[in-house]
Write a protein that binds this ligand. Structure first.
Ligand code: WTA
Length: 684
């Protein structure tokens, strides 16, 4: 392909039209108390100090035996971090904190019903509960080191308790997001070959006590069909002592954990001394194509990496009250609700329900009542709260020192609302870019060291060396602002070890593309492919443009979906925007833009026109959407991600496929109707 001027444009080249944003400096009050204020950190993690630099993170943990080698890279790309070292994650997240913090809250559990009291689990109580449950898993369920256990648990303290009990015994947990279907539980249990499923009878979501146990019955049945017998289903009770599900228990297969635990009172289980590269857990990625991939994370490397990054980037001190408003069923929750913060002895908030339940002031009441000072969430949640209650944060007396955003690029408009209104101009924001596979953050500003720039994630983390390649494998010059495929040159302790039972797929998916010599045993030849498009600006900050396939090619001109959406969000009435490509005879592809409005605004042609004009004004005439469709709500996954696939199918007049996993399947028909009307009106 050639540009108008005749220059060759590589497949990786993406037109970037985001304007430069102004910098925001971290507040003095933050800098004064920050864990990391020493710029020398980048010197300590310089390339010539690799891999020894990462001992700084490992040294945050308690080891039974010190490692023989920081990194054994003799069999690329199967890296062994802290090889020969021995530790236990449950010991690191609980036992070692007892001398100093036994009476301090480890977990503040906030039930969704607002009249239900918050529960505070101290580190001592966590210790007792984890030990008793570990004893039960070993002696009643017959589980032993290396066995896989599938969890399908909601956001309750019993979830981290279960994870830590597994870790104590060296069992590999595989938590499946509670909003996922029985079918996804069955597929994952079959892949992991787990014969024990741990679940809960019921939980609250959006004001309803949902029957959760029924999923377990269906999952067991489907797993059996897939060749995996699940012989025990262990059920926690949402209200201890009372079974809250209408679904009956199956005799001899289903057991109420709260009843069984009575036989394990006071039991203690010594933590297994695990090798650093023994797996800690599997996290299946939501497999858009083919079967889900079980990302396997290690004990030593992973725990070191999440502890180090939680300390430096989230600035967690033991006295902080930290709330990550995400679900533990995702990697964010594993790394930055459970393992990272608890390894540092923090007090973490676990909130059961929907952020906007019963109204958009809920998160800020929780923040006020628990005196939360570190807040972590996603752009999707920020957009939802901005839409439903733009003035709510100001009504509540709370003070954040640090806020993070993760999971998608955040539009500068939304970033500014987050900064000014949620953060009240007092909090540092870190925009952290990473993935299920990477275990922890890859890029972010260092909160006390760097200025923030809305829409940019910041420079690479210490010890992480990104490189941006074009499609031919040429390196795009650093700081050039040109887009390409972002990879990481070097291994780091948090990276996945492999895909469970599928090492070939692991190599193919993450390493084959830019590996010049598959026979090489030198790690330099094995860059990790993230699958994201990115640019690096002259200031060294990275902008993530989305998955490589999120790019829309209009008349040979590549537009990142994110920048189109960002342009639409400049219009004050717009709450959310999603763009999808549709085929066009002349231009190849054109963007169609779906938007939802903030509460209290009505759709209309004038508004559609203004949105369309804004996109042109922000990006250029090439970006004018073929249609602007104002919809009542976006089709969303239970985790809140907009399902562009469904919108693309509607735009393309194709079958929308399976929509049962959506949080709001009913909007699909409404959007189809709107689109149909649009087509009729423009048929002439
Ligand atoms: C995207 C979530 C822009 C990216 C931790 C990545 C982001 C995918 C950001 C991983 C960010 C994550 N800015 N995009 N700060 N963080 N992403 O596995 O496309 O659920 O590849 O992990 O989310 O999603 P995952």
């Amino acid at each position: 392909m050639k540009t108008e001027k005749g220059e060759r444009v590589s497949e990786a080249e993406i037109a970037v039209h985001w304007q430069e944003e102004e910098y925001y400096q971290p507040p003095e009050s933050f800098v004064e108390q920050a864990n990391l204020t020493d710029k020398g950190v980048y010197e300590r993690f310089s390339p010539d100090k690799f891999p020894g630099s990462f001992e700084e993170y490992a040294n945050l943990l308690h080891w039974y035996r010190k490692w023989d080698a920081v990194l054994d890279s003799s069999h690329p790309p199967f890296w062994r971090w802290f090889a020969g070292g021995k530790l236990n994650a449950s010991d690191n997240c609980i036992d070692r904190h007892l001398p100093n913090y036994r009476n301090k809250a480890a977990i503040h559990f906030v039930p969704e019903p607002e009249d239900e009291a918050t529960q505070h689990v101290t580190y001592q109580e966590l210790f007792v509960k984890v030990n008793e449950f570990a004893a039960l898993l070993r002696d009643f369920a017959g589980l032993k080191k290396g066995d896989r256990v599938t969890l399908h648990m909601p956001m309750v303290p019993e979830l981290p308790i279960t994870m830590l009990a597994c870790a104590r015994l060296g069992l590999i947990h595989s938590q499946v997001f509670s909003g996922f279907s029985a079918k996804s539980v069955a597929d994952r249990a079959a892949d992991a070959e787990s014969r024990v499923l741990i679940t809960m009878d019921a939980y609250y979501r959006g004001g309803k006590l949902l029957d959760h146990k029924e999923n377990a019955d269906e999952a067991v049945e489907l797993a059996t069909k897939a060749g995996q017998k699940i012989d025990k289903v262990l059920v926690w009770q949402r209200y201890p002592g009372r079974y809250s599900s209408p679904t009956p228990l199956v005799e001899g297969r289903d057991f109420i954990i709260n009843d069984l635990l009575k036989g394990y009172r006071g039991r203690r289980v010594a933590p297994e001394e695990m090798l650093a590269d023994d797996p800690l857990f599997l996290m299946y990625t939501s497999g858009t194509t083919g079967k889900p991939k079980g990302c396997q994370h290690s004990t030593g490397g992973y725990l070191s990496y999440v502890a180090g990054t939680a300390k430096y980037i989230q600035d967690i001190h033991p006295q902080d009250v930290y709330w990550c408003m995400a679900d533990i069923g995702w990697i964010t929750g594993h790394s930055y609700i459970v393992y990272g913060p608890l390894a540092l002895g923090a007090s973490v908030v676990v909130y059961e329900g929907v952020p906007t339940w019963p109204d958009a002031g809920r998160p800020w009441r929780i923040a006020r009542d628990l005196d939360v000072n570190i807040f972590h969430t996603s752009p999707t949640a920020v957009r939802a709260l901005r839409r439903a209650g733009p003035d709510e944060p100001a009504k509540y007396e709370y003070h954040f020192k640090l806020m993070t955003t993760v999971g998608e690029a955040i539009e500068p408009e939304v970033w500014r609302w987050y900064y000014n209104v949620v953060g009240k101009g007092e909090a540092v924001i870190v925009d952290t870019w990473w993935q299920t596979e990477t275990g922890g953050f890859l890029t972010s500003t260092m909160p006390a060291l760097h200025a923030m720039k809305p829409g940019s994630t910041g420079p690479a983390m210490p010890g992480i060396y990104p490189v941006i390649f074009d499609d031919e494998g040429n390196e795009i010059p650093e700081g050039s602002g040109r887009a390409g495929n972002i990879c990481i040159r070097n291994p780091w302790p948090g990276v996945l070890q492999t895909i469970w039972k599928d090492p070939d797929r692991f190599v193919g998916q993450y390493y084959s593309r830019y590996c010049k010599d598959p026979a090489s045993t030198d790690w330099h030849d094995w860059p990790y492919l993230t699958g994201d498009g990115a640019t690096q600006e002259a200031d060294g900050y990275y902008r993530i443009l989305g998955r490589i396939d999120d790019v829309i090619n209009v008349a040979g001109h590549r537009l990142g979906s994110k920048e189109l959406e960002s342009a639409a969000l400049v219009i004050p009435e717009v709450a959310e925007a999603a763009v999808v490509p549709v085929a066009d005879e002349i231009k190849g592809r054109m963007p169609e833009l779906y938007v939802s409005l903030k509460a209290g605004y009505a759709s209309g042609e004038e508004l559609e026109q203004r949105i369309s004009d804004a996109v042109v004004a922000e990006i250029g005439p090439i970006a004018r959407p073929r249609a602007v469709l104002i919809v009542p709500d976006m089709p969303k996954t239970r985790s809140g991600k907009i399902m562009r696939r469904v919108l693309a199918a509607i735009s393309g007049g194709a079958d929308v496929g399976d929509t049962t996993t959506l949080a709001n399947p009913e909007v699909v028909a409404e959007i189809q109707k709107l689109h149909g009307r649009y087509e009729l009106a423009h048929a002439a």
